[in-house]
Design a protein around this ligand. Structure first.
Ligand code: NAD
Length: 486
């Protein structure tokens, strides 16, 4: 069994508290590695290493040189593609067909895009008249924020970690990363990548462990951390905001969702069914952007439900390496029990189970994996907790609507505001509805398509701030105005 170690000041190390925990393969329920937990002394050491690195050559490095180094990280991830793929799949159980085209390439792409952005950075200038009849020139200038703590979840481990590490480093910060305790393997591999491309020791550090009472809490409460960027559950985001309040540290948070799809009768139904299958069941429903509420205009409601059911039933669970595998497992036994708890609550609430709502029986090595069947419900009340709470599994509730206004009301009637999807061929309707959807991202006739230069984030309880492309610079750098009297 492999050991997964912390990475501090350029070297892999065991945590000083001598505690280890298992890294479980969700396909088998068996440990595939053990993880060394970081204690508060280790977190102190990681934060000190990061602070020291800031006074070294790293933050003074010319932008072009830093950009070249960030680009080299992307190339090195490409070079080690198979090692990253193997680690990600062992931690998450997701099919190779998904991880090899989404998670690992995007992990590298995140470094590439921020290498480009920092290389092409421009500043603003504001020449002005002065009261004495002279002139002055104002210009903006960015400097690193300092030590940035990056805390990430388990659903897209490499993708979401690099989505924050890359802009943080591109802006000249030093990072202490805390990956999810469920999926630390790819983040651990990044340490060696950083060393191999010459990122100075201390610029990138990794501490492993849990949230409360462990590395996560120690890191977010550490006064040596200047800013915290977090992706995860809304309730965790609240706890981290409280920690960030001490010392008024900046925070960026990407949180939960309860995303709606609106399917109008004039849509291309083939595309809408295919897109909704993806938006509901991709990664076993464990994507913050997944659709859990589908509203369909009444004339096509029955046909849409039948077709979605038929497609959902084609998604067979199986081994990640099997090309026929259509859906992987949930991340853990605990999460499987949470999702199956919703199955029971849906039945008790009188839902019609269109398909799924149970656990498939699988023999052999996969018998103890955390599998659930893709599940579709109809007939729940709009105020049911199943329609309000983020379930984060391969589930959706489908309900009919009769008018645009009703559809908009249903989509927006949620505490969350991350993503929404619209299926229609009517361009005027698209322009009427899309800007009124209370979501950080609205897809029309597609799902999960992203240009990495665009802003990303949530409204309401789905998060604070926008990251992505040059928008990330707002969080990862400190902007000053310099005013020169001429
Ligand atoms: P989580 O909130 O349980 O954990 C996320 C990370 O926070 C983990 O590394 C965990 O160890 C750490 N953590 C937990 N409590 C902490 C504390 N008190 N202090 C410091 N760190 C703490 O989330 P999860 O279960 O890993 O991920 C699933 C959630 O993430 C879902 O709600 C999903 O919607 C959300 N998510 C959001 C986005 C987005 O972009 N908006 C993307 C992916 C996932």
């Amino acid at each position: 069994m492999k050991d997964i170690l912390n990475f501090i000041d350029g070297a892999y190390c065991e945590g000083s508290i001598g505690r280890w925990f298992d890294d479980i393969d969700p396909c088998t329920g068996q440990a595939h590695a053990r993880i060394s937990e970081a204690g508060s002394d280790d977190v102190n050491r990681a934060v000190s290493a990061a602070r020291n690195a800031l006074s070294g050559p790293w933050s003074q490095m010319p932008q072009a040189a830093r950009s070249a180094m960030i680009r080299a990280v992307a190339e090195e991830i490409d070079n080690r593609f198979n090692a990253f793929l193997e680690a990600e799949v062992a931690d998450t159980g997701k099919p190779h067909s998904l991880a090899s085209v989404v998670d690992i390439p995007r992990g590298a792409a995140n470094f590439r895009i921020f290498a480009d952005i920092i290389a092409n950075l421009s500043e603003h200038a504001f020449p002005m008249d002065t009261p004495d009849g002279g002139r002055a020139l104002n210009y903006t200038s960015r400097r690193p924020k300092g030590v940035v703590a990056v805390i990430s979840p388990w659903n897209l481990p490499l993708l979401l970690m690099t989505w924050k590490v890359a802009p943080a480093l591109a802006c000249g910060n030093a990072v202490v990363a805390k990956p999810s305790e469920e999926t630390p393997a790819t983040c651990a591999l990044l340490g060696d990548v950083m060393n191999s491309v010459g990122i100075p020791p201390g610029v990138f550090n990794v501490v492993h462990g849990f949230g409360p009472g462990s590395a996560g809490e120690a890191l977010t409460k550490h006064p040596g951390v200047d800013a915290i960027t977090f992706t995860g559950e809304t309730r965790t985001g609240e706890a981290i905001m409280k920690a960030a309040a001490a010392g008024t540290r900046d925070i960026s948070s990407e949180l939960g969702g309860k995303n709606a799809a609106l399917v109008f009768a004039d849509c291309d139904i083939d595309a809408a069914v295919e897109g909704t299958v993806r938006s509901t069941f991709t990664n076993c429903g464990q994507v913050c952007l997944c659709t859990e509420r589908v509203y369909v205009e009444r004339p096509i409601f029955n046909a849409f439900v039948d077709r979605l059911k038929a497609e959902a039933e084609k998604l067979h669970p199986g081994a990640p390496t099997d090309a026929k595998t259509g859906i992987g497992p949930l991340i853990s036994a605990e999460h499987r029990d949470k999702v199956t708890g919703y199955f029971e609550r849906a039945r008790a609430a009188g839902a019609t189970v269109v398909t799924g709502g149970d656990v498939p029986v699988i023999d052999g090595d996969l018998a103890n994996g955390f599998w659930v069947r893709p599940t579709i419900w109809t007939g729940l009340a709009e105020d049911s907790p199943l329609v309000k709470e983020e379930i984060f599994g391969p589930v959706c509730h489908i309900a009919p609507f009769d008018s645009e206004e009703e559809a908009l009301h249903l989509a927006n009637d949620t505490d969350y505001g991350l993503a929404a999807t619209l299926w229609t061929r009517d361009l005027s309707r698209t322009h009427r509805i899309a800007p009124r959807l209370e979501a950080g991202i609205v897809w029309v006739n597609t799902w999960n398509l992203r240009d990495l230069r665009t802003p990303f984030g949530g409204s309401k309880q789905s998060g604070i701030g926008r990251e992505g492309g040059a928008y990330s610079l707002e969080f990862y750098s400190e902007l000053s105005n310099i005013c020169i009297k001429m």
